[in-house]
Structure formats: C-alpha cells, structure tokens
Design a protein around this ligand. Structure first.
Ligand code: GTP
Length: 517
C-alpha cells in the first residue's frame, strides 16, 4: 500500500463540496452545519445507516486490496524466514502485526458508556433502551455508534467471501478472516465517519489513513474524554448559560488552549448565546466550528490547497526548533514523503553546533533515501553549509531542500544572528526559491512550547508550525494557542517516531479527534 503521497488525496485538507459550503459559511454566526458533523452526534437514523454502509464498503475495499497485495507477495519468491520477517517487521512499527481481535473479544475491550463518562449516572444503559427518547443526546449517539459497530463487525467480517473461498466447502465462507493487520473497532468506525463527512469515497481510503486517524485520536484520547465528558455534563443541563460557559473556560485552560485562545472561544460562544439558547448537540457542533475557524484563520479563513512544494522549482524549507522538539525526525519524515511523492529532495545539515546532530541527520537521510549535504569539520559555519546545499540543489535541479538549523535557545542573540545570516545567504544565492521557515514544536510541552515558539517567531520569520509528539501526552490545546497567539498556520503534525508518522494538518480531523467521543 503506497505511503502518504503529496499528489493523492490521502489527506483531508482539501474541502469536499459539503465542507466548502461549511467553510464559506464558517463564520461563528452561521449555524453549525449538520452535514460535516460525523453521524455520531445524534444523527438521524438514515444518515447513521449510510455511515454503516460507507464503513462496510471502506472495510471491504481495504480488505480486497490487502488480499491482492498478499496474493502478489505470495507469488514472489519468499526472501525471509518467518523469524527474519518478524524481525524486519519490528523495524517498521506501522507494519508490526496488530492483534486480530475476534468480534467477541472486541466486545470485551469496547468500553461501555459508563466507563466513557464516569460522571454519568451508572444506571444509564443506553444500549438497553436505545429507542428511549429520554436519553441525553450523547448517550443516544453513543448507543447508536455501538450498535452500528456491532452490525459492522458481523456484516463486514461475514461479508460475501472472495470467489476463491466459495469454491471450497461452505464453511470456508464463514471462516473469512478479518484483515490481518487491522482491528475493526470503534476507532475504525470513527475514522470512517471523519473521512466520509469530508466527502471522501470508501474506495479511495487506505489502511495508512485509517491507522493515522486512529493514532491521532488515541494521542488525544485523555484530553477528549475529559473535555467531552465534562462538556456533555455541562450542555446536558440544557441551554448553555453563563455559568456553563465559565465551566467550559476552565476546561479549555486545562487542555493547554492558553488564555488568549480560550478568551476568543468563550467570547464566540457568549455572542451566540445572546442570540439564542443552544440545544446540547448544536452547542458541541458550534464549539467545533469555532475551533476549526481558529485553526484555519492563519490560512485566510478558508481551506487551502495542501501545503506542498512547487514542482520544478527550488523550495527551501528551514526547519527550526529547540533540540529535542523533533526537528531531525521531522526532516527525515518530510524527506521520505517528498521522495515518495516524486520530488527531487536534498537535506542540508546546518545544525553544526553538535557533531552528533549532523550524524543524526545523515541517519534519517539514509532512511528516507535522500542525500545529506554536510561539512565534516568541527564547528563549521552553518551558513557555509546552507551555501553548499543551495549550490548542490541548483546543480541538480532539486525541488525541495530541507535545512536543519540550530536549535539552541541558550543564547537568543546568537540564534538570531545565525538564522538571519542563513536567510541572507538564501536570499542572495537563491532569490527565486520558495522559502518556508517551519518551527518544530513538541506538543507535549504545552504552554512552555508556546513560549519557545514566541522566541523563535521573533528571530526566524516563521511561516508555519510542525506539531510533534501528538501520540504522547500532548493535550492538544497548544494547537489553538499557537494559531491564536502567533497567527501561524499548523502545517504538519507528527504522531510517532516512525518515518510514516507525519501528515499534513487538517483542522477538521484535529477537532474531531479532540471533541468527538
Ligand atoms: N513519540 C514521539 N516521539 C517523537 C516524535 N518526533 C520525534 N520524536 C522523538 O523525540 C526525540 C527527539 O527527536 P529529534 O528529531 O532528535 O529532535 P531534534 O529536535 O532534532 O533534537 P536534537 O536531535 O537534539 O537536535 C527522539 O527520540 C524522537 O524519536 C513524535 O511525533 N512522537
């Protein structure tokens, strides 16, 4: 299965027709559109049924592609013993076999509604009386989703067997296995909802995309559970009032959203409240719209085409950030995507402060099969490395030159001078190049990361942010704080140490991962 590629629509920042409507009517004053809310937010049964059909089609398409790949692979001579294969699969975490969980076992691991919402009345058993209209909207949505998931498992896994299976005994059909590397769980259903709500077709969805969305959602799991549980308790009390809004304010601050972004969100909510009381489902949908508008605002308020290097032209991306934020890893991931997307790419190892940093960049260059331009001497002038990198790029018609720069914050003045000198070299040596200056920010640092970003934004003429480590303990609110306080767009997010664990940022997917329980 092809990894993420800049030229296919394997990510969702391209607005679908529906989403375009949303973004053009996306001012907070507009009523939150139902069309882009995943069906789990108490959608009418017909939409839920469509969603189930979509999920089944996506699962079936992925399974057919997987089986075709396996058939191709089995027709090639075996090159690894099973132990070697197990060994090699350890190197690429994404391909590490994920347990194939039988539907019954999935039942056991699927958290019940009570587990999801500890503050909820444990007597509530939405599955038992799903028809009951007395249920709060979120409990009904939860029950709908669990019911859909159950049907998805039974219908999708027991779906029509492949033609090869029908020629064998009738029992063969019943033994049609689920996709070996793929768990058909609640996160799968959520991922298909997010992709379907953005106008994607079930036949163009890949395992990588679903895996990515599951990992993003998992990384924000703790924040989401806390936010959603408490939000539901607040909005479940009826129309939002001022006390409720103040409770939401403290929730946002706990999620690392920061004062400025929180104030903006609260003001938007209150201005809507002055117009009319918000029913619970609309309150959460409206809050999502506010967050999406904030995240898209640095892009001019509407969706933008993917942030991709211009073909047949020199693009120079300066990668800045403090040591440990994930700069080198991000350079390796970007080089990998560029290489797989058919760009001629080069890396310039201009973080010469530590010899180990140059060596580390070379390791990622090998992994992504992209050449690294470096000066072996000690304490080489970074600007000289950039000069050599540009010269090499120009002589080879390179399209993307990734420049690893110094990350030390110890001395802001030196850092400023070094980055300014690099920019002067670029402006002089490659005046026609498209230059981006991306700050790599460790999302787990929360507000501390924001202070780092402010320092860099003063010295490095930043044009965007890469948020890393969203698979870790990040609360996620830093994304809103960065766009609100620095006015910088988030261009990519990293959610893992593997070379595939970087995707273009999608405000829609991020907000769904943050707020869709
Ligand atoms: N879990 C997780 N770890 C990450 C991610 N990105 C980077 N890391 C890890 O964070 C650590 C620092 O990453 P580097 O790329 O070396 O960071 P750097 O900014 O280049 O720092 P220096 O190497 O000191 O210059 C490494 O252990 C990476 O594997 C991510 O998205 N998720």
């Amino acid at each position: 299965m092809a990894p993420f590629n800049w030229f296919n629509r394997q990510h969702s920042d391209q607005p679908s027709a529906e989403e375009e409507t949303v973004s053009s009517a996306s001012s907070p004053e507009a009523t939150a559109p139902a069309v882009t809310e995943p069906v789990s937010e108490a959608a009418p049964p017909a939409v839920a049924q469509d969603q189930l059909a979509w999920a089944k089609a996506a699962y079936e398409n992925i399974r057919k592609r997987k089986q075709a790949e396996q058939a191709d692979a089995s027709s090639e001579p075996a090159i690894e013993s099973s132990s070697e294969a197990a060994e090699s699969s350890k190197d690429t975490p994404d391909s590490a076999p994920v347990e194939v969980v039988e539907p019954a076992a999935i039942e056991a691991t699927e958290p019940t509604v009570g587990e999801l919402d500890p503050q909820l009345d444990p007597q509530l058993d939405p599955i038992a009386d799903v028809a009951s209209s007395q249920l709060p909207f979120w409990a009904k949505a939860e029950a709908d989703r669990l019911e859909r998931l159950e049907r998805l498992r039974t219908e999708a896994i027991a779906a029509e067997p492949e033609p090869s299976a029908t020629t064998e005994s009738p029992t063969a059909a019943a033994e049609v296995e689920p996709i070996p590397d793929f768990v058909l769980d609640e996160a799968f259903l959520w991922s298909t909802e997010v992709l379907a709500a953005q106008g994607r077709r079930p036949d163009d969805v890949s395992i990588e995309e679903i895996t990515w969305l599951k990992r993003l959602r998992q990384g924000l799991d703790k924040t989401r559970r806390n936010l959603v549980n408490q939000l539901r308790a607040i909005v479940g009390q009826g129309p939002l009032n001022q006390d409720a809004v103040l409770e939401i304010e403290s929730l946002l601050l706990q999620a690392d959203v920061g004062i400025e972004a929180t104030d903006h969100i609260i003001e938007s909510l209150q201005s809507r409240l002055r117009q009319e009381a918000l029913p619970p489902a609309e309150a959460i949908a409206y809050l999502k719209q506010i967050l999406r508008d904030m995240l898209d605002r640095p892009l001019g308020g509407s969706h933008t085409l993917s942030f991709v290097p211009e073909k047949d032209k020199l693009n120079i991306w300066l990668i800045t950030g403090v040591n440990g934020a994930g700069k080198t890893t991000t350079i390796g991931k970007l080089a990998h995507i560029a290489n797989k997307s058919g760009y001629r790419c080069l890396i310039a190892a201009a973080d010469t402060f530590r010899a180990a940093a140059v060596q580390q960049v070379k390791v990622w260059g090998d992994r992504s099969q992209v050449e690294v331009i470096a000066n072996p001497g000690k304490n080489t002038d970074p600007a000289a490395v950039v000069f050599d990198g540009i010269a090499a790029a120009q002589s080879r018609n390179t399209e993307l030159l990734l420049v690893d720069t110094a990350g030390r914050l110890q001395n802001k003045k030196n850092l400023m001078e070094e980055l300014s000198k690099i920019r002067r070299i670029i402006d002089k040596k490659a005046p026609d190049a498209n230059v981006e200056s991306l700050l790599v920010l460790d999302a787990t640092l929360g507000q501390n990361g924001l202070r780092q970003a402010e320092v860099f934004s003063e010295v490095a003429k930043l044009s965007g942010v890469v948020l890393t480590k969203l698979d870790g303990t990040a609360k996620g609110g830093i994304a809103l704080a960065v766009v609100q306080q620095l006015g910088l767009p988030i261009r990519f997010i990293g959610a893992g140490e593997g070379i595939e664990d970087l995707r273009p940022f999608s405000s829609y997917e991020f907000v769904e991962a943050l707020l869709s329980g």
